[in-house]
Structure formats: C-alpha cells, structure tokens
Design a protein around this ligand. Structure first.
Ligand SMILES: [Zn+2]
Length: 79
C-alpha cells in the first residue's frame, strides 16, 4: 500500500519540479524544422545546452542577455 502512496508523491514531486523549471524558463524557444535557434541571432543552439539549461539563446547572446539582466535584476540565470 505504501508503494502506491510513494509513487503518488513522487509524481507530485516531479510535477512540481517541472512547474518550477517552466517558471524559470518562460521564454518561448525559436524552433525551425525541429532545430532550436537563438532568439537573438538565429544561430543553431547546441543540443547539449538545450538539455542542460533549456537554452533559448546561443552562448554569446545568453551571456550578453545575462549581463543586461544583472543591471536591473539581482537573480540572473546561470548556466
Ligand atoms: Zn545568438
């Protein structure tokens, strides 16, 4: 019986995590023919970065974006 409860709470935990992730990354990625492109310069984003940080920008644009964010926001996104 406890097995069922455990599974239910695990599912709940997963959903909460996913909600948090979705909240963190609210920008809609630019996807062309199944390939994700940078929102700023249209460069193809490495699959590794999408998996790691759900990137919507290339490294250069993300660094620039983070830098700009820091001017008016204390919590910058890290990758
Ligand atoms: Zn870019």
């Amino acid at each position: 019986m406890t097995d069922v409860v455990d599974r239910a709470s695990q599912l709940e935990e997963m959903q909460r995590e996913q909600a948090l992730k979705a909240n963190k990354q609210h920008e809609k990625p630019l996807v062309v023919k199944g390939v994700r492109h940078c929102l700023e310069c249209d460069d193809i984003i490495q699959t590794q970065r999408i998996k790691l940080v759900n990137a919507v920008r290339c490294i250069n644009c993300q660094q620039l974006f983070d830098h700009q964010q820091k001017h008016y926001r204390k919590t910058g996104r890290q990758f």
